[in-house]
Design a protein around this ligand. Structure first.
Ligand SMILES: NC(=O)c1ccc[n+]([C@@H]2O[C@H](COP(=O)([O-])OP(=O)(O)OC[C@H]3O[C@@H](n4cnc5c(N)ncnc54)[C@H](O)[C@@H]3O)[C@@H](O)[C@H]2O)c1
Length: 345
């Protein structure tokens, strides 16, 4: 079996990329890059990785890699992805794909020009429950899906408060671009990525900016964002994302799909990252609820899925094209929020 030489840039979430690639017999993570030398040494030792770099350009020049994961703060996704593609690598880039749609377009165009794959790590798709939900939708059990609501809200949960996540120049946006992007992709994927037509969005920042100001920290993105997206096929999607809001739950995640034959609901349990899935329908004149019971068949993680797609010459899952659609929606939500008007895509 051909072994794939893989490099990882950025060692926060990058550690889970190492684990994902190492779970495939063809995945060999041979090099890692981070600005932080201590992290480099710890991660190299833990995962048995031979080469470490503090500069991605040096790694790309020295290592003849097949695949590179870009797992840095969002601001650096575009340039590092372009460099890796031009060095002849397929790229698995973290979400959000980029700071904005213009950057995402350049990344996708470069991938096409270089004849390389570009995948976005919409990791919530690559989970057993998500696959089970997708199969239910594909089996036609929901019928025509005309409405979805997808949510990730936190009561007070600003990641790395005062750091890059809350700094617009480094992150591009707040919870919309960080958490909302996951639940948005999940709903769009379940709905088979319908083409958006109209968007109305609102953003607010009544809480975190005030807390940051008291502590002398930077926070210049939204706390809360909401949007309604109308698709060309007539369906509507509601989206909510927040890092700070006056709600009961510390962490509230759910995605709901309403179809003319059935309804599907995934929700987290008691503020945890454990989820339950329920399916609702009318049969013989009565209303029934059913629950997805474990064990749910296992599925491939994102890194394993990319390797499988390359080896079997299959389409790239969570493709750069879908990443770009998401970035266009995020840009349009922010624009609608700024102008106070609905926007035709
Ligand atoms: N898919 C998911 O579930 C998920 C979860 C968390 C984060 N993320 C995404 O992963 C990315 C990284 O987030 P994180 O939580 O790991 O952040 P982090 O701040 O914990 O880690 C980022 C790492 O990148 C390094 N870095 C920064 N600039 C670099 C550069 N130019 N070259 C090499 N290394 C560089 C930093 O030193 C740091 O170690 C973000 O895009 C984030 O949205 C995705």
């Amino acid at each position: 079996m051909k072994k794939f030489r893989i490099g990882i840039i950025g060692l926060g979430m990058g550690k889970s990329h190492i684990e994902g690639f190492q779970s495939h017999p063809a995945g060999e993570v041979v090099a890692i890059t981070d600005l932080d030398k201590e992290k480099l040494a710890t991660v190299a030792a833990k995962y048995n990785i031979p080469a470490t770099y503090t500069d991605a350009a040096e790694m790309l020049a020295a290592e003849k890699l097949d695949i590179v994961s870009v797992v840095t703060p969002n601001k650096f996704h575009k340039d590092l992805t372009l460099a890796a593609l031009k060095a002849g690598c397929h790229v698995l880039c973290e979400k959000p794909m980029a700071m904005n749609a213009a950057e995402a377009e350049e990344m996708l165009a470069t991938a096409k020009k270089c004849g390389k794959r570009l995948m976005i790590n919409f990791s919530y798709r690559f989970r057993p429950q998500s696959y089970a939900m997708k199969k239910l939708v594909e089996a036609g059990e929901l019928g025509n899906v005309y409405f979805a609501r997808t949510v990730w809200q936190r009561r007070r949960g600003m990641p790395g408060f005062g750091g890059w996540f809350g700094t617009k120049a480094l992150a591009g946006g707040g919870p919309l671009i960080d958490l909302g992007v996951h639940r948005l992709d999940l709903a769009l994927w379940l709905m088979d990525y319908p083409e958006p037509e109209w968007v109305i969005g609102s953003t607010y920042n009544p809480i975190a900016t005030a807390i940051a100001a008291k502590k002398g920290l930077t926070y210049d993105v939204e706390d809360f964002a909401t949007a309604m997206i109308k698709f060309k096929n007539g369906a509507t999607l509601e989206l909510e994302a927040s890092w700070a809001g006056n709600i009961k739950e510390n962490e509230l995640m759910e995605t709901r799909l309403l179809g003319d034959k059935g309804g599907l609901h995934q929700y987290n349990l008691n503020g945890t990252y454990e989820f339950e899935v329920e399916f609702y329908r009318e049969t013989a004149g009565c209303q029934y609820d059913s629950k997805l019971h474990p064990p749910v068949p296992e599925c491939y993680n994102a890194q394993y899925s990319l390797l499988e797609a390359i080896i079997n010459d299959q389409p790239t899952p969570a493709s750069g094209e879908q990443g770009l659609t998401v970035m266009r929606l995020l840009d349009t939500i922010y624009k609608s929020a700024a102008t106070g008007k609905p926007i035709q895509m």
